[in-house]
Design a protein around this ligand. Structure first.
Ligand code: PEP
Ligand code: MG
Length: 415
């Protein structure tokens, strides 16, 4: 017989993220224990994402929590994740959490999962794996070593993220060490080579030198030389796209590209730098160009982030059109654990790789690490250095050390 539990108290509070912006954390109590989860914030958000905060920001989210949500949570069984997420949707009353904010709903939803895991004496990653029915796995770290676009100041590359991952690590420690080594080497190379650059960084802890995209890739490839490392990009192309002119505007370089020119540019980068992974190479409505890129490169991990925004129906659409081989899962894009799990299950059903991802504005919360393991993520994309980034790495290491016999390291051959 299933035991039942009860939330006995609930709290939501304003905290700060790694950019110094306001965000929210939620704590739920039961008689025996408590669970706290903080929500991160994105800067290059897809237009179909949950709205992160109500119009007056975190303060209004806390007010709404006190006024409308708290009494619905107290007395609720946190093990009933689907039921709890239904309550969040009902109280919000919109299709994208625009009234209470997706960050509040995510923090409540995740805190309930954490509380339920504690109460049922189940490791959180396993609890999530049980919710999803997906076999857990050790996710390879996909780390941002150089940043530009919306995550950096003017003059940095227009492409948002230059990424690396260890292709065949023998241990979990080695996996993270490899990315850290590339980051270290890259710092030395850039400071020596880029005149006047003192090592300034982007929001996610990657270097942000005043150089153009191809030069940035050249230095990243140089820093990775001799290591068994795959290279990737998050173009975050929706942030470059101007729907009026139908062009991609690389404003730091004064260059505009039509869709065809964008395709050719991405193709050239994939070929010249042997890229294994490309995220959001086209704007978020252009499924067809994604499909064309998949056809052009049969083993390239073409990944959708703004394209699918952790929504099951968009993951299905991308799968049916063969637009992607990987999808980003960011739980606050969709605002609750049930919907995140459904998006992951949809991806799994179509053989699509899950990349469980942080946001550019983060906290030291490590719920994400358990989500990545529990949703069978091939990758966790959580940066390389910085307290809020290594918090996720260190939690993966803790999981690995305690439960390694249950988690296989999957190899990802570099291209
Ligand atoms: C991303 O686009 O993958 C990303 C992490 O950006 P943000 O969190 O700023 O939306
Ligand atoms: Mg992205």
């Amino acid at each position: 017989m299933n035991q039942s539990f009860e939330i006995t108290d609930a709290d939501a509070s304003l905290i700060f993220d790694s950019r110094g912006s306001e965000t929210i954390e939620v704590e739920l109590w039961s008689e025996k224990t408590s669970a706290r989860v903080a929500a991160p914030s994105g800067k290059s958000r897809g237009s179909n994402e949950a709205v992160p905060f109500p119009p007056r920001g975190v303060v209004e989210a806390v007010e709404l929590f006190e006024r409308e949500l708290k009494r619905r949570l107290v007395g609720f069984d946190p093990v009933d994740q689907r039921g709890l997420d239904m309550v969040l949707k009902e109280v919000d009353g919109t299709s994208n959490f625009s009234r209470i904010g997706g960050n509040l709903s995510y923090a409540v939803s995740a805190a309930a999962a954490l509380l339920a895991a504690k109460l049922t004496d189940t490791p959180l990653w396993k609890y999530i794996s049980n919710l999803s029915g997906i076999k857990p796995s050790f996710p390879l770290p996909l780390g941002n070593v150089l940043g530009g676009g919306a995550h950096a100041a003017e003059g940095a590359p227009d492409i948002q993220e230059f990424l690396v991952f260890p292709a065949k690590p023998s241990t979990a420690e080695d996996a993270f060490r490899t990315n850290i080594e590339v980051h270290r080497r890259l710092g030395r190379v850039l400071i020596q080579s880029v005149g006047g650059y003192g090592g300034g960084k982007s929001d996610e802890g990657g270097y942000a030198p005043p150089i153009e995209d191809k030069t940035a890739l050249k230095y990243v490839a140089e820093a990775a030389r001799g290591l068994d490392v795959g290279l990737g990009l998050d173009v975050a192309a929706s942030t470059l796209y101007n729907p009026q002119t139908k062009t991609y505007v690389y404003r730091n370089r004064g260059v505009q590209r039509t869709t065809r020119e964008q395709f050719n540019f991405i193709q050239e980068l994939v070929e010249s730098y042997k890229l294994s992974y490309v995220e959001d190479p086209f704007e978020e409505t252009d499924f067809e160009s994604y499909s064309e890129l998949c056809r052009a490169f049969p083993s390239l991990l073409v990944c959708g982030d703004d394209l699918v925004v952790t929504r099951k129906e968009l993951v299905r659409k991308a799968a049916e059109r063969r637009s992607v081989r990987a999808v980003i899962l960011k739980p606050n894009q969709v605002g609750c654990i049930t919907d995140t799990v459904e998006a992951a299950v949809e991806a799994e059903r179509h053989g699509i790789v899950r990349v469980v991802s942080h946001r550019s504005g983060e906290t030291c919360d490590a719920f994400l690490s358990h989500l990545a393991v529990g949703l069978g993520g091939r990758f966790i994309k959580a940066g390389v250095v910085g307290g809020e980034r290594v918090a996720k790495a260190n939690e993966i290491l803790r999981i690995w050390r305690k439960h390694r016999s249950e988690l296989a390291i999957k190899e990802v051959a570099s291209a």
